[in-house]
Design a protein around this ligand. Structure first.
Ligand code: NDP
Ligand code: 2IT
Length: 446
């Protein structure tokens, strides 16, 4: 078995040199899916996983724009259209200086499995630009978004490819891009998700990823007869996903101890309550300030410059910032301090070493493609509402989200159950694979 997996990964690597994040994501899937393929005749001789590791299409383009001092700047834009076997390409756009082909291909690959898990008909894609939104004026951001969409618009559409937000892309950026798409196409369509409520957005979409990750943790805890009530939660990040993970955790009676950004983390031993979270949301989302602002208002809390929050003792860890933010050393510290549940809000935040430690120590570990799927799931519900020309209430969308997270948990359990409990990583990979692979096989050599 090891040899089959190694040969497969070598071949993928030859075609994708210098793409470490993409190789990491493919390798993680291959370890669990290749044994499943070997055990199931219908997938033999079809080269199916190799086809899934090859994007259907990659678009790369120039994004020229003018900054406030009149200087002409240029960035690189991307859209990876990974797989459309079960629906149109769907996935977020990331604006961050680190963006490159490897990162977007890993995200697009993960998205294919995640979207399949949501139970909704969505293929997988991802895009973005190596643009750093920090410190840019509102006018600069608008000009950048307009220029980005001036090329992207010809590759997307409500039945073709429907982008959304990710790191550095929230409601404001979606608005500027939607406005530009509409001008170029002269069409009001549901081509993007994460839209404002008055122009086609869905209630609960901003909350969905964070809420979903907490619902998933709840489902995992239930398998051990536990609940979220009274649990200590350590969260990284302080963006969209982290904020709403904190909100739902607080609502369910957990004690949220930390939040972070790329400059460090804050630790509030009394817990971040609703009022404190409202303060965070105000200074992060409206004033666009950094997380250390928190300790000016709440001096009992501490700010730890340049550090990650994983050494704070907790029951539940929720990495909600970025890829590879939690390594093997961090995992060992978490475990030795009593952490027994990890629900990933970010995509691929745990390194392979960290995941190994979680498995070896019987930690309830959910990979992002399962636990953070609530965001894209509610994007799917936004698309459904756009098609119906109708909108559901907050409660209706939240109920559907809770059902979907339960269904994903169930799918992971049915493919990942073993003697030592549920291996959510294996379950998520195989459940996602089966849905997409079966559709591809039915459609011929695609
Ligand atoms: P935001 O841009 O709203 O927030 C990102 C947060 O992560 C910020 O606090 C940011 O800090 C921190 N961060 C980003 N890069 C790094 C880094 N290299 N090192 C340390 N901290 C970092 O993004 P989201 O909350 O939307 O996304 C967070 C994660 O969740 C990503 O992995 C994303 O792919 C994933 N995700 C998002 C979904 C969504 O619907 N938005 C859905 C599913 C997954 P700083 O401001 O200092 O950069
Ligand atoms: O990683 C993700 O699932 C997202 N950034 C959300 C994608 C979407 O289309 O809502």
């Amino acid at each position: 078995m090891e040899k089959i997996i190694t040969n497969f990964l070598q071949e993928v690597n030859q075609r994708n040199t210098n793409e470490p994040e993409f190789m990491q994501a493919v390798s993680e899937v291959a370890q669990t899916v290749i044994p499943y393929i070997v055990a199931n005749d219908i997938y033999h001789g079809k080269n199916i996983l190799m086809r899934m590791a090859e994007p259907e299409r990659v678009v790369m383009f120039r994004v020229p724009w003018i900054d406030d001092s009149g200087e002409i700047r240029v960035n690189r834009g991307y859209r990876i259209e990974m797989n459309s076997a079960i629906g149109p390409y769907k996935g977020g756009l990331r604006f961050h200086e680190s963006v490159n082909l490897s990162i977007l291909k890993f995200l697009a690959f993960e998205q294919v499995f995640k979207n399949a898990l949501t139970t909704l008909p969505m293929g997988g894609g991802k895009g973005g630009a190596d643009f750093n939104p920090k410190g840019k004026s509102d006018a600069e951001l608008m000009r950048f978004c307009q220029s980005f969409m001036t090329e992207l618009f010809r590759h997307i559409g409500p039945n073709r490819d429907i982008p959304a937000g990710d790191i550095g892309v929230g409601g404001r950026e979606i608005g500027y891009m939607f406005g530009q798409y509409k001008r170029l196409k002269n069409e009001f369509t549901g081509v993007l998700t994460g839209k404002g409520i008055s122009w086609g957005g869905s209630l609960i979409r901003p909350e969905a990823t964070g809420y979903g990750a907490v619902y998933f943790a709840q489902n995992m805890l239930e398998t051990r007869g536990a609940s979220s009530e009274g649990k200590k939660v350590v969260i990284s990040g302080s963006g969209n996903v982290a904020q709403y993970a904190a909100e739902k955790a607080i609502q369910l009676g957990s004690k949220v101890l930390t939040m972070s950004d790329s400059s460090g983390f804050i630790h509030d031993p009394d817990g971040i309550d609703e009022e404190k979270l409202a303060f965070i949301m105000q200074f992060k989302n409206v004033r666009r300030q950094r997380i250390h602002k928190y300790v000016e208002q709440y001096p009992k809390a501490s700010f730890h410059k340049g550090e990650k929050p994983w050494r704070v003792s907790c029951d539940i860890a929720m990495p909600c910032a970025t890829q590879n933010e939690l390594d093997g050393v961090d995992a060992n510290i978490l475990i030795s301090n009593g952490c027994y549940c990890v629900s990933e809000g970010a995509n691929m935040p745990s390194t392979p070493e960290a995941i190994l430690h979680f498995h070896n120590n019987n930690v309830l570990y959910a990979p992002g493609k399962a636990s953070n799927a609530g965001g894209v799931a509610v994007s799917g519900l936004e698309m459904a509402q756009n098609s119906l020309r109708y909108s559901w209430t907050r409660d209706e969308v939240d109920q559907r989200l809770q059902h979907i997270m339960k269904d994903i948990h169930q799918a992971c359990a049915s493919y990942g159950k073993g003697k030592e409990g549920i291996n959510y990583e294996k379950g998520a990979n195989i459940a996602g694979f089966v849905k997409v692979a079966d559709a591809m096989l039915a459609q011929g050599v695609v």
